[in-house]
Write a protein that binds this ligand. Structure first.
Ligand code: AMP
Ligand code: MG
Length: 357
């Protein structure tokens, strides 16, 4: 176990000494977890293969699951990719810095350890000011996956990074709660047309506005796709709470009635039960723990709190969790993508007769 230094700061009031220390840790091959606008990242020097190996080890992450390189300047992009398609300039102009990751052909200076053996590389320019000062101080190229142990929900608060990685990494920069709460949108620009590999806060519609037609990788929302997802990380079990999570979709009143029925049966069996509800429905449930993901129709709120809710159910020892489905519009698509993964794709759809179809 190593001694993990934890330093709290605000985006508006950055602790320069801590940033310098963090930068030096990276330059000497160590690991630092840091806040971004999406979720917390676990950073290492992207151009140092041994740093990337340490990231996989600290997370317990399979080594074929590539890391995203975080940069702060467009000039850094030219240094790590072979060619920059026009679409990337347009997207960067509009959405960088921000929660969008783009996939390019990698340049030779990027080690295969960082890209999980692929000849492509994922790049993002975050907007969080702590992230930006840290990346700049560390030399400009930070490889960072989410700062959780592999399989657990991505951390939206430093306390979850501490829970998962304390003693395994050199330092944690605590910048408070992550604004968005879900990982970045990933778009692949290496093929003949752009493909979304992972939905996020930057929606399909927002991408289309800038570059016209975009495809979505079919494995994103299909429940039983036989195809392998193009983002290697999307095939692994993710975010799963320890309890059994089931999503119920249908008309609001039916959904509540169905869930309450199930809850009471599980309660009789002595199981600890939980519900992911909305502000409108939360008071109508009888369970050991009922959590609202915000107002119905405001999927940004759900995005911000989903991962925290999943972790809280674990802390409370909840064994059976029912979740209301979210509408798949805007960022709701990303929320449902994560929720489906967390549920191992267990979904009940209610028909008019109040029974599953
Ligand atoms: P994380 O930062 O933990 O959200 O993980 C990074 C995500 O980006 C994983 O789902 C990876 O599979 C994906 N990714 C990173 N690099 C590539 C790449 N070169 N091609 C496709 N997907 C990638
Ligand atoms: Mg992750």
């Amino acid at each position: 176990m190593m001694d993990t230094k934890i330093i709290r700061m605000d985006e508006e009031n950055i602790d320069r000494k801590a940033i310098e220390l963090a930068g030096n840790i990276i330059k000497s091959g160590g690991l630092v977890a840091f806040p971004t606008e999406t979720v917390y990242g676990l950073g290492g020097d992207a151009l140092n293969s041994s740093s990337s190996k340490k990231i996989y080890a600290a997370k317990g992450r399979p080594s074929d699951n590539p890391l995203i390189i975080h940069i702060v300047e467009m000039s850094a992009l030219s240094a790590i990719v072979n060619k920059i398609p026009k679409a990337a300039y347009y997207l960067a102009e509009k959405y960088w810095p921000g929660p969008l990751t783009m996939i390019f052909e990698k340049a030779d200076c990027v080690p295969l350890e960082t890209t999980g053996g692929l000849d492509t590389v994922a790049v993002r320019m975050p907007s969080n000011q702590i992230a930006r000062e840290f990346i700049r101080e560390a030399g400009g190229y930070i490889a960072a996956p989410s700062a959780n142990r592999s399989g657990r929900p991505s951390p939206t608060l430093a306390k979850y990074v501490i829970e998962d990685l304390s003693g395994k990494i050199d330092m944690i920069l605590d910048g408070g709660q992550a604004d968005i709460g879900l990982e970045s949108t990933i778009i692949d620009l290496t093929g003949s047309s752009p493909v979304i590999l992972r939905p996020g806060y930057i929606t399909e519609e927002m991408l289309r506005q800038v570059i016209g037609e975009v495809e979505a990788d079919q494995t994103i929302l299909e429940e039983h796709s036989k195809k392998a997802p193009k983002a290697p990380g999307m095939k692994y079990k993710h975010y799963a709470p320890r309890g059994n999570l089931i999503i119920v979709e249908g008309e609001a009143g039916q959904v509540s009635a169905y869930i309450n029925d199930k809850l009471s049966a599980f309660h009789k069996e002595g199981k600890r039960t939980g519900v992911i509800a909305t502000d409108e429905t939360a008071t109508g449930y009888v369970a050991d723990s009922v959590k609202s993901a915000g107002k119905r129709g405001q999927e940004e709120q759900a995005a911000k709190c989903l991962f925290r809710i999943l972790r809280e159910f674990d802390d409370e020892g909840i064994e059976i969790i029912y979740a209301e489905g979210f509408e798949q519009k805007g960022v709701g698509q990303a929320v449902m993508n994560r929720l489906l993964k967390a549920a191992g794709r267990q979904v009940v759809r209610l028909s008019g007769e109040n029974s599953p179809i």
